[in-house]
Design a protein around this ligand. Structure first.
Ligand code: ARG
Length: 430
């Protein structure tokens, strides 16, 4: 049963191949599809294409479908192509021919677009909330552990003193950068494509400002062709923002895995948060952070998948675009799971004290000692050479004094300034 029925049945093989995963994936669009239709028919009434006495039963019928969706009881029947067809068939079953009137002045192409815009807007907002929650935890932990020193590495060789205050704060500030990408993605999603119809507008005098207002979009995609082009672009912008968060989180997960390794032994977790081995009885493994790292790496592949799917695609609607749903729909959920898991695990992380007392890290203080000599009046190059020669001869003994006061350093984390960066971005997602 197709909306585009014109007297012949499509081959079953063709139907299965072209519908693909849509009957399941479109369930996530169902709510937005109905909300889009409600706005569309209100607008049609405003411009005189529907009568007020037709609007009321249509709105009532759509509300009933929305209730079914919200109760988790909505399904797309076998033989029905997609959510747009299902909603229209259900409405027509309730109201007779009146139900068929909702499609005036639109196409499934702008219908799926508006659904996706509303869906992506919500997904981005949910990711933003999970990101903010982890950000707050990281900043708290940065303050809590600010006096706990650890080695800083360059080239994975011990370099200079760092601290858990710096480490936690670094990931928080990095998430504030990722949030800028989420803001950009949100602004791209938050534009109304409705009225672009199949991609070239409609002969009806549609009031596109009205649907923009009703659906609470910040603006329109004015140019109808640009509106169609935004399919793929919207998903790509969101995927890039998600990938940016995933790169921050994946890197942090890797640090934790490395530091849990006995060769480092900087951090540990309560036993019940670790996993075991079927053969080695002593194991307490960091599987949580390995899964997190793997998921985050996979998420970083998504913008490339979208780029390849949409490469060299002709202007206007093409059915390939449907496959974007397969790629993009699972991503926000996976990312939110990772963000929530990090927010659950990190406050329970035990951080070792006095890590730098180990002789292994003696050379980490060379720069401190060069600077001590400079403060005592020695020119920097002479001081550098003096300490360098001591290291070379094996006579260097660290004073183990760490004295960093400038903005963003061990003793001056600027936590409030970092918090303010995120604070400025939060209101968009409230
Ligand atoms: N399932 C389709 C999609 O996601 C809906 C739009 C169908 N439009 C069409 N011209 N066949 O793209």
């Amino acid at each position: 049963m197709n909306l585009w029925d014109k007297g012949f049945e499509p081959d079953k093989l063709i139907e299965d191949f072209t519908v693909g995963q849509d009957r399941e994936l479109d369930l996530r669009l169902a709510k937005y599809d109905v909300l889009g239709s409600m706005a569309h028919i209100r607008m049609l009434t405003k411009v005189g294409l529907l009568q007020p006495d037709e609007l009321e039963p249509l709105l009532q019928g759509l509300q009933e479908i929305l209730d079914t969706i919200e109760a988790g009881k909505f399904t797309i029947d076998p033989g029905v192509e997609d959510v747009h067809s299902q909603v229209e068939f259900m409405l027509t079953a309730k109201l007779g021919p009146l139900g068929k009137k909702i499609h005036s002045g639109r196409s499934r192409n702008d219908q799926v677009l508006v659904d996706l815009k509303l869906f992506m807007r919500d997904q981005i907002r949910e990711v933003a909330h999970a990101t903010e929650a982890l950000f707050d935890i990281l900043l708290d932990l940065s303050e809590k552990h600010k006096d706990k020193l650890m080695p800083g590495y360059t080239h994975l060789q011990v370099a200079m003193p760092s601290s858990f205050g710096l480490w936690f704060g670094a990931y928080a500030e990095s998430l504030a950068d990722d949030m800028q990408m989420l803001v950009a993605a949100y602004n791209i999603a938050n534009q109304n494509p409705l009225g672009s119809a199949a991609g070239y507008g409609s002969p009806f005098p549609l009031d596109r400002e009205e649907t923009t207002r009703l659906l609470d979009f910040a603006d329109l995609h004015y140019n109808v062709v640009a509106a169609q082009m935004s399919r793929g672009k919207t998903e790509r912008a969101a995927a890039m923002a998600f990938a940016s968060i995933a790169s921050t989180l994946g890197r942090m997960a890797h640090d934790v895995c490395m530091w849990m390794c006995q060769n480092f032994g900087f951090v540990s977790f309560p036993d019940e948060l670790t996993t075991g081995s079927s053969i080695m009885p002593h194991k307490k493994n960091p599987d949580v952070f390995e899964i997190m790292r793997g998921k985050c790496n996979r998420i970083q592949a998504v913008p490339n998948e979208i780029a390849l799917l949409t490469a060299n695609m002709p202007l206007g609607y093409n059915r390939d675009l449907q496959l974007l749903k397969d790629i993009v729909f699972p991503v926000s959920g996976e990312l939110i799971d990772c963000l929530k898991m990090a927010a659950f695990m990190l406050p329970q992380m035990k951080v070792k004290d006095h890590i730098l007392d180990d002789k292994l890290y003696d050379y980490i203080f060379t720069v401190e000692d060069v600077h001590r000599l400079v403060r005592e009046g020695m020119p920097f190059r002479d001081a550098y050479k003096e300490i360098g020669l001591q290291v070379q001869k094996g006579t260097y003994r660290p004073t183990r004094q760490v004295h960093h006061t400038h903005a963003g350093s061990i003793n001056n984390l600027c936590t409030d300034r970092i918090a303010a960066k995120m604070q400025r971005l939060r209101p968009l997602f409230d």
